[in-house]
Design a protein around this ligand. Structure first.
Ligand code: FAD
Length: 453
């Protein structure tokens, strides 16, 4: 009999914590998990899921406009009702919270509602109990971070934006990361006058340059007001809204400001300070390939260890962690370099592998294939939306090292292409693949002449 109450105590029932808890329990480990806010964590409650639901809602705007060219006549202008969307979203998330609770229950994992603190490498305190565990898994995720400036308390963060009491007819988002870009598109699509303010010269740093520029142009065409190389100096409450003063002297009056200015590891008050755990410069926890921190009985995964902050990454890390600690084999390390991702701005971005800039640096000689076209749907819809597809090929090996798309359902398309890129297929193998006609995605197997080298 073990000297500990549990083999594994998980702090945080988010994407990574729930997956690790269930999978470890399935191997026979005795597992408990503490959660102080909501089952399912960021993704289910204030991240991927509500964001995608709102993105669907926002796309209807264009769908109504596009329908006319196909013969549909809508009687009267369609009207959007924010409380219906918000409250239906709340209902769906409650349903998902219930599913997560049942998943843990069915796996035999004990769920404790409360904020856990780590007392020592084998003890945690939660909900008035002190619990011992052979291993403690820190799966606490991240938390929105907002810079301090006059009036910053008048902003909302990404946790709060989903549940605004009233619909912001005029909406401003501060930031240049994917969350900022997505919310600017979402509120624009829902009918707000939408502004994005970013101090850098162009949003989505780290993505392929051409993709960023193309997205900028497409979003601007759809009516998002983009303000680059400028910051917010101050926000004041005025009659009927918020007055936002920008560093270039301009002022904007809006109803809500979303500060999408980054996320930090959610370590405050967790009790880890006394252990002096090794961290990265951004404060995220350093772990080895077994997901052990510098105190080996304290494990960590997901957003709190940095890396690509994505739900599928937290899930994959959880599976790896369990295999290392409770499985019979040593799993191959995760391939972080070729993780596909999507940005649900309008139009969507889908991307996997290297950007053109990274490929030039890492591969030397490359070939770049691009297709920039008006999708067939828009020949009748009248929309001016265009689509970009791009393949980056290592000239020496002919391997496709990057694939990028800006266009409708780019995430769905790139998910398939990601398998080929992950498998290291060559451009010749892409070319041998007979396309599906008529689709936009067939361009990925029909681009024959490089646009540049
Ligand atoms: C607006 C937004 C949109 C996103 N969209 C996407 C997307 O489209 N696709 C994608 O892949 N990813 C997306 N993400 C990222 C994704 O949500 C995260 O990468 C993922 O949730 C990380 O999982 P995790 O297990 O590390 O942490 P989380 O899911 O954040 O879970 C951590 C949990 O720990 C709990 N907790 C924290 N401290 C304690 C404590 N001391 N005691 C008890 N419980 C505690 C928290 O309440 C939380 O439930 C989005 C994130 C945001 C903010």
């Amino acid at each position: 009999m073990s000297e500990y109450d549990y083999d594994l105590f998980v702090i945080g029932a988010g994407s990574g914590g729930v997956r690790a808890a269930r999978t470890a329990a399935a191997t026979g480990a005795r597992v408990a998990v503490a959660e102080d806010r909501y089952l399912g964590g960021t993704c289910v409650n204030v991240g991927c899921v509500p964001k995608k639901l709102y993105s669907y809602a926002a796309h209807f705007h264009e769908a109504f406009e596009d329908a006319g060219g196909f013969g549909w006549q809508l009687s009267g202008a369609p009207a959007f009702d924010w409380p219906t969307l918000r409250d239906n979203k709340i209902g769906e998330i409650k349903r998902l919270n219930g599913i997560y609770g049942r998943l843990l229950d069915n796996a035999g994992v004990r769920l404790i509602n409360g904020r856990a603190t780590v007392l020592d490498p084998h003890h945690v305190a939660v909900a008035g109990e002190t619990i011992s565990a052979e291993k403690i898994l820190v799966a606490v995720g991240g938390w929105p971070w907002v810079p301090d400036f006059p009036g910053s308390e008048l902003t909302v963060n990404s946790n709060q934006v989903f549940d605004l009491d009233s619909f912001p007819e005029r909406f401003l988002v501060l930031g240049g990361g994917y969350i900022a870009v997505e919310f600017a598109s979402i509120f624009n699509g829902l009918g707000s006058e939408s502004h994005l303010v970013y101090r850098g010269e162009l949003f989505l740093r780290g993505f392929d340059r051409e993709v960023r520029e193309y997205t900028r142009d497409e979003m601007a065409k759809k009516g998002v007001n983009l303000h680059f190389e400028v910051n917010i100096e101050a926000i004041e409450k005025v009659a009927g809204g918020l007055k936002v003063s920008l560093t270039n002297g301009e002022t904007l009056e809006v109803d809500a400001v979303l500060a999408a200015t980054g996320r930090r590891p959610h370590l405050e008050g967790l009790g880890l300070d006394s252990f002096d755990l090794a961290t990265h410069p951004d404060g995220s926890l350093r772990v080895n390939e077994r997901f052990e921190t510098s105190v080996p009985s304290i494990l960590a995964l997901g957003d709190v260890i940095g890396g690509p902050e994505l739900t599928p990454v937290a899930l994959a890390e959880a599976m790896q962690l369990v295999e290392h600690h409770y499985g019979e084999t040593t799993p191959a390390p995760l391939d972080y370099a070729r993780i596909a991702t999507a940005v649900f701005c309008h139009p969507n971005i889908g991307t996997v592998g290297l950007s053109e800039e990274e490929a030039r640096e890492q591969c030397g000689e490359i070939r770049v294939y691009t297709a920039d076209f008006r999708p067939m749907k828009h020949t009748l819809s009248g929309s001016s939306e265009r689509c970009l597809m791009k393949l980056i090929v290592d000239d020496h090996s002919d391997v496709v090292v990057g694939a990028h798309m800006v266009g409708e359902e780019a995430g769905e398309v790139i998910q398939g292409i990601a398998i080929a890129v992950r498998a290291g297929l060559t451009k010749a193998q892409f070319d041998q693949t007979v396309g599906i006609h008529p689709t936009g995605a067939e361009e990925f197997v029909t681009m024959r002449s490089p646009s540049r080298r």
